[in-house]
Design a protein around this ligand. Structure first.
Ligand code: GDP
Length: 458
């Protein structure tokens, strides 16, 4: 695939900064760079060496200086897009970068669409689709763990696994084809039982990969976590203790936290999107009723609940109601105000199977243990292995789940003596699903949808 036009965009974020980069890619990238860039003496650069930085000035089509800048040209295929790329590092600032961009546009480049540089890298085979998607994740990563997962995927960890599985399926399919083409001859190169074993192996590896999705998703997007409890148990104080800064209003009067507040919490590299809610209780105050309604909504929306109870007073009807109402959700119980003599014990609740952590939001006691429990909830009992590949995208999960179904059906077919044509069909379908994740056969609509989620300039 060769691109016909040359694209350009400001690759650095909008706003004021030390440096702003305008990036060009395409067949005319070097020619445009040569036209807009001159040496300090004002003379054009006769020859632009690849991967070398030049100092000089950007001049517009009227020969006026636009900015003092550095230019680096990366000739194909040794560039991000595998096309000729030119990067002009000018002074940061909205106007300067905009003017440099306008200058290159005036010389024939066109404005790049969001993600178009990465799309070109994909279309030229520099990245597969799973890797290209990892670029978005890497840009958006907010915690160490999600950053690591994205980088692994960008480096091709997931792609390698999928290619290896596809290779195994391909071998099985070749043997099946032989069986189909020469049914009467004794050409069973590999016994059908053995093919069944291979398919079962592939199935178990696909199933393992699927099992990582919940964690991968939680790492990538964060886990929606609602802090719930009746008024005055210390929800806002707990949120503040977790956030380490005052964000929610803490007040001794019930019903002050009337709206919901969302904040992201980075606990040991794991992202929790915290939804603090108004206390849930029966009330006649209409504003507070609205708060209660939202709190119930938050409970439904949340993937994890932090149910706060006040350890310093006896449990009320509202507490018991909440405990019963949320029993179906993943939750961590918190017995707050452990700095005061406890009025009840978790055992007395009859909820010994659910963790109930004693904390003092006010004094910070037990907060670390609570954080640990939250991280464990996301990552599972074993900490994340350095090289474990996690599925992070619904698109990947869907394809891999279908591939798994196909492989299982094929293995079943072999066992049950189904005609080999049908078995081979299932194996081919499974390979197709894996190819989809890698983007080897995606429609242009799917590609457009994926790349449009990128920012401009990437
Ligand atoms: P919310 O209505 O559940 O959000 O509760 P708040 O966070 O506003 O706290 C209600 C009251 O309990 C405030 O007076 C807090 O100072 C107090 N409080 C919160 N956490 C603790 C704690 O760990 N120990 C003690 N002794 N008081 C606390």
């Amino acid at each position: 695939m060769t691109s016909v036009d040359t694209i350009a965009a400001i690759a650095t974020p909008a706003g004021v900064g030390g440096i702003g980069v305008v990036r060009l890619s395409g067949p005319e990238a070097v020619a445009v760079a040569r036209q807009v860039f001159v040496r300090p003496s004002g003379t054009p650069l006769a020859h632009l060496e690849s991967h070398r930085v030049y100092y000089g000035y950007v001049i517009n089509e009227h020969g006026e200086r636009v900015d003092e800048a550095l230019l680096c040209v990366m000739r194909q295929p040794r560039s991000y897009t595998r096309e000729d790329v030119a990067e002009i590092s000018c002074h940061g600032g909205v106007l300067t970068t905009q003017r440099v961009l306008e200058t290159v546009l005036a010389h024939g480049a066109r404005v790049a669409e969001p993600g178009e540089f990465t799309k070109r890298a994909f279309l030229h085979g520099r990245l597969d689709l799973a890797q290209a998607e990892a670029v978005i994740d890497l840009i958006n990563a907010r915690t160490q763990a999600s950053h690591r997962a994205a980088l692994q995927q960008l480096e091709g960890a997931l792609s390698r696994q999928l290619r290896a599985l596809r290779e195994q399926l391909l071998q099985v399919s070749v043997y099946l084809e032989v069986g189909i083409d020469f049914p009467d001859e004794d050409l069973e190169l590999v016994p059908l039982d053995e093919l069944g074993v291979r398919l079962t192996e592939v199935a178990s590896r696909l199933a393992h990969l699927l099992g990582t999705f919940a964690r991968g998703q939680a790492l990538r997007e964060g886990l929606a976590t609602a802090i719930i409890g009746r008024p005055n148990v210390g929800k806002s104080s707990l949120l503040n203790a977790l956030l380490g800064r005052d964000r929610a209003i803490v007040s001794p009067y019930p019903g002050t936290t009337r709206d919901t507040i969302e904040d992201a919490l980075d606990i040991q590299g794991v992202l929790l999107r915290i939804i603090d809610t108004a206390g849930i209780r029966m009330t006649t105050d209409t504003i507070e009723q609205e708060g209660v309604r939202r709190a119930r909504e938050a409970v439904e929306r949340a993937e994890l609940l932090l149910l706060v109870l006040d350890g310093s007073t006896a449990l009320t009807t509202d507490d018991h109601l909440l405990l019963a109402e949320t029993a179906h959700k993943p939750r961590v119980l918190v017995r707050n105000k452990c700095d005061v003599a406890p009025c009840w014990t978790p055992a007395a609740l009859g909820l010994s199977e659910t963790p109930c952590l004693a904390v003092s939001a006010l004094q910070g006691e037990g907060i670390e243990a609570l954080e640990h429990a939250l991280v464990q909830h996301v990552l599972g009992p074993e900490a994340l292995a350095q090289d474990e590949v996690l599925l992070t995208r619904a698109r990947h999960r869907q394809s891999i789940a279908m591939a798994l179904q196909n492989v299982q059906a094929a293995a079943r077919g072999l066992r049950d003596g189904t005609p080999l044509e049908f078995v081979a069909f299932d194996v081919t379908e499974a390979m197709q699903q894996l190819a989809d994740v890698l983007g080897e056969s995606c429609s242009s609509e799917v590609l457009d949808r994926i790349f449009s989620r990128f920012c401009i300039g990437k």
